[in-house]
Design a protein around this ligand. Structure first.
Ligand code: GLN
Ligand code: ZN
Length: 757
């Protein structure tokens, strides 16, 4: 039995690509030098896969920014506004990825969205009626040749035609089906080229297939692949799916002429039953995704072997595979020098997962699997009782009643009370929490972590930063202030570090967007709060100003969604444990004079199950209560804010309103404010601050631009409910763009207030 993976991480074990790209953007290195770094990273990755004994090594899973964007450029899907900048191909690519503001022009980036149910973001391709889709790029071929020069015949990976079209935004009247022929032709050419180059397999990633599919979707899929597979050449085609099962199209895909089909047996609840029920086509290869590409716990070999046993009854060719790309897990445990072995032995990052695949391969190949050393070691690891429970916490969760999930009095009454006591101007201005994490801020934190400075010195520096930040916000004329979050590396890791039951890593970075990474903490055991976490900072900041200072917390759903979760208790149980801890923090902030508390649920939308039928039962039924319990019991005059990123929450708008916050701010600028109609239609009760400009790009929005956005918002949202804010935290930005952007924001709000008074 051979082994394969869906894809490998690409930012470099020590985030080399991130550092090199950042230097390139600052003109500190040349494009050639950036290319050299990229090449070295690819080389290393191929070597690691080869050394691990992996049979099918991937290529074209590398990207400077995003694989979907790469595919768009490969297919000539480049909006005219980026071409018109007349930049080099690489810089045109980066302009589409990040926006561009400079001597060649001023354009916003393409929209960015969550990649299915992960915390990775892809760039949304954009097609207008005049665009001609054709194969124009060479990246996949170049990288295939590059690996070949290293002596490897790789399995190139390309985002599949169907998923590509389904993720694309069509700005004219033409729709996906109108481009199907051209797309199919381009993909046919891709296959021919790989055939000529000597590839054995080409992998087309079609994760979109795990959604609920309509008849039109299936028609589109068939139209595309009957053409792509029609003029078949020797190279074998792998249809790779992941993040769920393909219950709506199992029949369709098994009838088409694919040589291999990749199914996910980790997240795909029905994958196994589909194979059992309908069988698997004779002569084809099943790429069985049995090693979890998303979580970091060791594979339980006994369970995996049971699945493989079942599968072998129905399939004659099986290749062991990961459930999805390893992009979603960190590189290697070798970089974790501080984590005790008693923990480490339970974990498996990308490199260790390669080892798991090779161990599984040898166990399966053995005449007597249960006698194999790796098998025995794995079985005894899982037989061990992990020391991770806290009975008091378990009891508290078990004792929760309706009261714990209900804030009184009801929203309308609170709104009246709060309007009176805060007495804010129309369209109050605020920010989402963090201010630029400049080099000095990071250096201070890292010196403290390394023990180079004392805790007192560390705090003193942060306090200086806070006071500068407060002063700046007062000068800018913002209405509700924030302390700036200088003490936080990351909104989840920071809380993880202050909660019992969490483990932290040093280098376990996972890509979030572009080359930006997050370092998710690990939920090891039952969660509880040791001590107050944010109170000292918030109180210090509040004492510097007469204006209300927002306390700033991360909500339980986001903490959980951005952590590596346990697999031995339910997500609901874990979310409630975290909810209890954050609830204690909310009450402490309130007791210490903080009158506005923002509880970020940046990632709430992200883990919404891909299938509608699972939304409530598997997610919203516990996620919304987990948030509600955090602010139940606070006084009516305490204003609770929440914030969400990339809020494509049109379809769960009622549930968002049911979180029962007083104010919600969210990302909207990159998705062209499409959410407004939905807010209006459902009579959204919560006050709202749809972001007026995009903070993921260094461009500075003009006053006019912000006013235009606000006018558009006012057409759907009553002025009495509208807030004015950027679309997310400012920590990734520099002061150079932050200060003028906020000046423009405040100015725009003032001008609109005048129009309305
Ligand atoms: N309060 C956080 C910040 O401002 C929110 C970040 C986020 O939504 N991702 O950084
Ligand atoms: Zn955000």
């Amino acid at each position: 039995m051979k082994t394969s993976i869906v894809g490998y991480p690409r930012v470099g074990t020590l985030r080399e690509l991130k550092y090199a790209s950042e230097k390139y953007f600052k003109n500190a290195i040349t494009a050639e030098s950036l290319e050299q770094t990229a090449k070295a990273i690819r080389h290393t990755h191929w070597s690691v896969q080869q050394t691990s004994g992996l049979d099918l090594i991937t290529s074209n899973d590398f990207s400077f920014y995003d694989n979907t964007l790469d595919t768009a450029f490969l297919l000539n899907v480049v909006p005219e506004r980026y071409r018109a900048l007349n930049l080099s191909p690489l810089d045109t690519y980066f302009a589409a990825a990040k926006g561009y503001q400079g001597e060649h022009g001023d354009v916003k980036a393409l929209a960015m969205k969550k990649w299915f149910n992960t915390n990775y973001h892809y760039m949304v391709p954009e097609i207008d009626d005049s665009l001609e889709i054709k194969l124009v790029g060479t990246k996949p071929f170049d990288e295939f040749i590059e690996a070949k020069d290293q002596g490897l015949v790789t399995k190139p990976v390309v985002v599949g035609a169907f998923t590509f079209l389904k993720l694309t935004r069509f700005t004219g009247v033409k729709k996906a089906l109108d481009f199907a022929d051209a797309v199919a032709k381009a993909y046919t050419e891709i296959l021919m080229k790989f055939n000529a180059l000597g590839a054995e397999w080409v992998q087309f990633d079609e994760p979109y297939l795990v959604h609920d599919l309509t008849d039109e979707d299936i028609m589109l899929f068939e139209a595309l692949y009957s053409k792509i597979l029609g003029s078949k050449v020797a190279v074998k085609v792998l249809l790779q799916t992941y993040f769920g099962d393909v219950r709506d199209c199992y029949d369709t895909i098994t009838k088409l002429d694919f040589d291999g089909i990749g199914l996910d047996f980790v997240e795909g609840k029905q994958s196994l039953s589909l194979v059992k029920k309908y069988g698997f086509p004779v002569g084809k290869t099943l790429f069985a995704g049995i090693v979890n590409g998303k979580n970091i716990w060791r594979n339980h070999y006994i369970k995996t072997l049971e699945i493989i046993d079942e599968l072998q009854k129905h399939c004659d060719n099986i290749i062991l595979n990961t459930s999805c790309s390893l992009l979603h897990v960190p590189y290697t445990l070798d970089n974790e020098t501080k984590l005790d072995d008693k923990y480490k032995k339970h974990f498996s990052f990308a490199e260790e997962k390669l080892t798991e695949l090779s161990e599984l391969k040898s166990i399966i190949g053995s005449a007597n699997p249960a006698n194999e050393e790796e098998y025995i070691r794995n079985a005894s690891l899982f037989a061990e009782r992990r020391d991770c429970s806290n009975e008091a916490v378990q009891k508290k969760v078990a004792a929760l009643t309706d009261e714990n999930f209900t804030r009184l009095p009801a929203f309308a009454q609170r709104e009246t009370i709060q309007k009176k006591i805060f007495n804010l101007p129309l369209l109050p201005t605020t920010t989402i929490g963090s201010f630029p994490q400049t080099a000095d801020v990071k250096a201070n934190r890292s010196s403290f972590k390394k023990g180079e400075i004392s805790e007192a010195q560390y705090k003193e520096f942060n306090k200086k930063k806070i006071s500068e930040c407060v002063k700046l916000q007062e000068q800018l004329g913002l209405d509700i202030l924030v302390h700036g979050e200088f003490e936080r590396n990351d909104m989840v890791e920071y809380f993880g570090e202050c909660l019992d039951g969490y483990l932290f890593t040093e280098k376990a970075w996972v890509q979030s967007y572009g080359t930006r990474c997050v370092k998710p903490p690990v939920v090891w055991g039952d969660i509880s709060r040791r001590n107050p976490i944010t109170v000292e900072w918030s109180v210090y900041a509040q004492n510097l100003t007469q204006k209300p200072m927002k306390g700033m917390l991360t909500g339980p759903v986001t903490i959980l969604n951005w952590s590596f979760p346990r697999e031995d208790i339910s997500l609901k149980e874990c979310a409630f444990q975290i909810g209890l801890a954050i609830h204690e923090e909310v009450l402490d902030l309130e007791a210490n004079g903080i009158r506005i508390i923002q509880i970020d649920e940046a990632a709430l939308r992200e883990k919404l199950p891909l299938r509608k039928s699972d939304w409530k039962s598997e997610y919203l039924d516990w996620a919304i209560p987990a948030f509600r319990m955090v602010h139940s019991g606070v006084k009516p005059e305490t204003q609770i804010h929440t914030h969400m990123c990339y809020s494509e929450f049109g379809d769960i708008i009622k549930d968002i309103d049911d979180m029962d916050a007083d104010v919600i701010t969210f990302e909207a600028s990159r998705s062209d404010l499409t959410i407004l109609a939905a807010l209006k239609e459902c009579n959204f009760k919560t006050e709202v601050g749809p972001g007026v400009y995009d903070i993921h790009s260094p461009r500075i929005p003009s006053v006019e631009e912000i006013k235009t956005a606000l006018h558009k918002m006012l057409a759907s949202i009553p002025a009495s409910k509208l807030w004015v804010n950027p679309d997310c935290g400012l920590k990734t930005r520099g002061n150079a763009e932050t200060v003028p952007s906020l000046e423009h924001l405040v100015q725009a709000a003032k001008e609109i207030r005048n129009e309305n008074s």
